[in-house]
Structures are given as C-alpha cells and as structure tokens.
Design a protein around this ligand. Structure first.
Ligand code: F0G
Length: 365
C-alpha cells in the first residue's frame, strides 16, 4: 500500500530540494478533493472541495511550512519567526518542534481562534500577543528577521509559496487536468499566488533541477476567483485597509504581502477578486456543514460564499468544472456552528436516560 510521504517527497522533482536535503515533514498534502453534490446541483456545475483542513495541523499552511522549515534547517537557523492570524503560527510551531528549532509567533491580541492559539502553545512556541493587527505583526516579524538571527517563515519567504503550489498539482493529478475555475479565500494572498504558480508550472514543460525536462501535465489553466472578507478587502478597494475587520479572523488582513502576485493571478487568468460579507461567509459555512458534510472555519468558506453569490447573480456558467479550496478545519474555530442563522445560540436538547423519552424527543413515538 502506498503511504503518502508529504509534499516535498511526492513532488521533489518540482521543488528546490535535493537528495541530500533534510526534509522536515508531518506528512502534509494528499488532501481529499471531495465532490460537493449540493453546490453542484445549485449551480449546474461539477463542484469539488479541496479539503485542506485534512492537513496535519488542520490547514493548508502545512504545505508551505514543510518547505519553509526545511529551508530554515538547511540555512543553519536556530530560531524561526512568523506573524499570524493563527493557522501559520499553529503550523510553524508544529514543524519547528520536529526541526528542533525555537519558534516565535506574533499574533494580533484577542483576534485569533482558540484552537489555533492552543496549537501554538501545545507545540511550545514563544507566543507573543501583539497590541496591533496582523499587518503590524508582519511588519515586526520582517524587521526582527532582518536585524536578528531568526528565520522568517511567513509567505513572503518564497519557500512557502513553493510548498503551497503543490495544492494545484494535486488538483490536476486528481482531475486529470486543470478545472475551469478555481475559487479560494484571500487574506495575505500567498495561497492564490501559490495555486496560480502551481497551475502554470503544470501546464508547461518544466525544467526540473533534479529530473531534467518534464512534459506538461495539464493542457490548460483555470480562471482564478479570489474572495476577501468585505471588511478586509484591500485588493477589491485598491488600497490598504488600516482597520480591517471581519468575523473570519484568519483573513482579517488589510495590506496583503503578496499584493502584486494576487493581482497578476487574477489578471493573467482572466479572473476576479471580490468581497463577500460576514453574513455570506457564515451562510456558506452553514451550507458546507449542513449540506456537504464538510466542517470548516469561517474564513475557509469565503470561496464557497463567492460561488453562491456569483451564481445568484447569474454569473456562473452551467456545466463548468469548479474547484474550491476550503482552507482550514472547522474545529479550529468551532463556536460559529453553535449559532443559528439569526444569531441566537443553539441550545442542545436535554433528555432523560430513557428510551421512550429519547424516542419522543426524536419524534419517533
Ligand atoms: N484561510 C485560512 C483558514 C487562513 O488561515 C488564511 C491565512 C487564508 C485563508 C488566506 O490565505 O493569506 O494565503 O491569502 N492565514 C494566515 C495565517 C494569514 O496567519 O494563518 P492567504
């Protein structure tokens, strides 16, 4: 039986590694591409979800972190640093543990989900809650890495993008070619940059540093549709947002580091980057849980919110093959499932330990 070996070993001929590289991996990638029958029925399209919550720390960040931490070790670093809205810090903390490196994480005070905070602490990171937002944290992390002996593992590090591009490879490997459309949430804009790079590399002959000239795997490129949260949509506004806000804390970002690359992915693919409101995000979050059986954190639902919104406007042509990356696991930030659509709390039904009472509560008697 084939055991998935993590993205570096699975895609070694397309990544900047050699036989001698000491690979830091927790077995990331190889995530399921799950058919979404309810979204397919709604749109008349063939819709799939790339379920990135299935990665070792519960988000797509692990694809980039295996590369970044491997690069950190190769460089002789003793310590790494990142700024994060939560998932990057959880991933960095876990991979640094395996690498034997000290890990410092800077997170916006009070604005990261409990599951992510717990992960960073459990893995022994030096966790600093900064009095500022993600953009402030990233500025400090960059300056720290420029002036002190610490290695930056944010997606401004090209190794991160290299690792994350494997998401696109896996989609093509699963479908046999690129989809017509690829939708995903956009925050710091590393992931849209990485997917676009991956799709382009798979659609062209590739001069592999280790394996020579590799033929194209895909015959075409998808149209990229990225979605930001309405209160944190600098790429839609066309300028940085100084006070970004959204319940989708993972993408509460006002000045994305990969700004130009995200715009290039949009324009080169003939795609778009638009905003979805918190209400639309939560509606998509409920749709995924209740209709597709896939539990994600709110930010992860932004791509699905975008599909539903554009379908309602009549702008999703029927018959297309659509892949949506759902970026992180629902258990990261589970509180949203315990709220009804009207904002009221969900109250679980209490019942005596008696079969007749249980049957009655279930409407069976
Ligand atoms: N979805 C989730 C669950 C995320 O955690 C992030 C980013 C994104 C989407 C957006 O991806 O930044 O590549 O455009 N989280 C970062 C973090 C910022 O610190 O964990 P992006």
């Amino acid at each position: 039986a084939h055991q998935w070996r993590g993205v570096i070993r699975e895609y070694a001929d397309r990544l900047p590694v050699t036989e001698q590289t000491r690979v830091i991996t927790l077995g990331e990638g190889g995530t399921p591409l799950v058919p979404a029958p309810a979204l397919s029925e709604l749109t008349g399209c063939e819709v799939y979800l790339k379920v990135e919550g299935m990665n070792p720390t519960g988000s797509f960040k692990d694809r980039g972190m295996t590369m970044a931490m491997t690069a950190a070790v190769a460089s002789g670093a003793k310590a790494v640093v990142c700024a994060s809205t939560g998932n990057t810090s959880a991933s960095a903390a876990a991979y640094a543990t395996q690498a034997g490196l000290t890990c410092a994480v800077l997170v916006p005070d009070g604005k990261i989900a409990m599951g992510k905070l717990s992960q960073a602490i459990a893995h022994g990171a030096e966790l600093l809650q900064v009095d500022g937002n993600f953009d402030n944290c990233l500025e400090v992390a960059r300056k720290l890495s420029e002036n002190y002996p610490v290695f930056l593992v944010n997606s401004v590090n090209p190794a991160r993008i290299e690792g994350q591009k494997t998401g696109a490879f896996e989609v093509v490997d699963a479908l046999g070619d690129a989809p017509d459309y690829h939708l995903l949430p956009v925050g710091n804009a590393g992931n849209i940059t990485a997917y676009w790079k991956g799709y382009k590399e798979y659609a062209a002959p590739y001069a592999s540093p280790t394996a020579g000239e590799l033929p194209a795997v895909a015959t075409r490129l998808p149209v990229m549709w990225g979605f930001q949260a309405a209160g944190s949509a600098p790429l839609v506004a066309g300028h940085p947002i100084t006070e970004p806000d959204t319940i989708a804390t993972a993408i509460r970002i006002g000045n994305p580091a990969s700004w130009e690359q995200a715009i290039a992915a949009r324009d080169e693919s003939g795609g778009l980057i638009d905003a979805v409101t918190d209400e639309e995000i939560l509606e998509a979050h409920r749709w995924l849980s209740a209709r597709e059986g896939v539990f994600v954190e709110p930010a992860s639902a932004a791509g699905v919110a975008g599909l539903i919104k554009y379908h309602a406007r009549g702008e999703v042509p029927a018959g297309k093959r659509i892949v949506i990356t759902v970026t992180g696991h629902g258990l990261k930030d589970p509180q949203w499932a315990l709220r009804n659509a009207d904002g009221s709390d969900v109250a679980p039904t209490k019942v005596e330990f008696d079969v007749v009472a249980v049957a009655a509560a279930l409407g069976l008697a």
